[in-house]
Design a protein around this ligand. Structure first.
Ligand code: 0GY
Length: 290
């Protein structure tokens, strides 16, 4: 990593035409720093400009959302201070997902719970983390506070390899960005079929219908994403989550307009019922059950 700090988010996102339901939750976003207060990890694979809680909450209001789920970004390693600080500043309108050293003590896990954390994330992307020790991940997954879940981030080519590992996790699973399928294969392509088999293998696997900007090579207005993801949201309506992914780590060469991302929602969830599940009921059950 060189020393240049990166901006990966839109400076003036448009106002979406779509108006989310009251209580809507952006269930996948991050904060970066501010670095002076919360330095980035020595192992970080990218060095972003500051994108702190004030910016996040301003965007939340601009997009018509009510709450955020802040996912610890890899650039902060296993020091969750920036995420916890953002949650603490949110007046109860944010909860979080931590990244932990698997040897973390039970008291420290409880302290994370008290700070608003409701899950931990296992990241299997080699470009983001140096190692992903499944045996240690499994040990910590077995002693999470009550009601927590595990978020897993992987790419479609390792889904089958990860199946035994995922099968043995004893809590709810949430899959980031649907395991990054190749959307050019279409809604019935091999990646989407493999992902459906995973969802069919357990009733407690949820997924984030997120990141058209990362997944759809055709670009905004992301028609491949709409075609492939709408059937999935329709078929698994109680297991969906949605998020902006702001500040879009590593997307500096194709920065999405967050207003356009919100306008994707009615294209993947065309009915009021689907939208309410996606944006309110499902994330509330995972993050605001207590
Ligand atoms: C995402 C995706 C990415 C980055 C991270 O923690 C992270 O740094 O998750 C990525 O580069 O694909 O969900 O934010």
């Amino acid at each position: 990593m060189n020393g240049e700090r990166i901006t990966s988010w839109h400076g003036s996102p448009s106002k979406p035409r779509y108006v989310p339901p009251a209580g809507a939750i952006d269930a996948h976003c991050h904060v970066f720093g501010p670095m002076a207060k919360f330095p980035f990890s020595a192992k970080a694979k990218y060095l972003p400009e500051d994108a702190g809680p004030e910016m996040l909450f301003k965007l939340r209001d601009h997009l018509g959302f009510d709450r955020n789920v802040i996912v610890q970004a890899s650039c902060h390693g296993t020091d969750n201070s920036a995420t916890l600080d953002a949650i603490a500043r949110s007046n109860g309108k944010a909860r979080g997902v931590a990244v932990v050293d698997p040897t973390i003590g039970d008291e420290e896990l409880q302290a994370l719970h008290d700070g608003g954390i409701r899950g931990i994330r296992f990241n299997f992307l080699k470009r983001l983390v140096d190692d992903a020790p499944k045996d240690k991940f499994l040990e910590v997954a077995r002693r999470l506070p009550k009601g927590w879940h595990v978020v897993i981030y992987f790419e479609a080519d390792i889904l089958e390899d990860l199946r035994p590992f995922m099968d043995s996790i004893p809590v709810h699973l949430v899959i980031d960005h649907m395991g990054r399928p190749d959307l050019s294969q279409g809604p019935a392509g091999p990646d989407m079929c493999a992902f459906r088999r995973l969802l069919d293998s357990r009733e407690d696997i949820w997924f984030k219908a997120t990141c058209p900007d990362r997944l759809d090579p055709s670009g905004d207005p992301w028609n491949l994403f709409a075609d492939a993801v709408a059937p999935l949201v329709n078929d698994y309506p109680t297991r969906t989550l949605w998020g902006t992914d702001w500040p879009h780590p590593n997307m500096q060469d194709a920065i999405p307009d967050d207003g356009h991302l919100v306008d994707m929602i009615p294209r993947i969830a065309p009915t009021e019922r689907l939208q309410r599940l996606l944006l309110v009921d499902n994330p509330e059950a995972l993050y605001w059950a207590d």
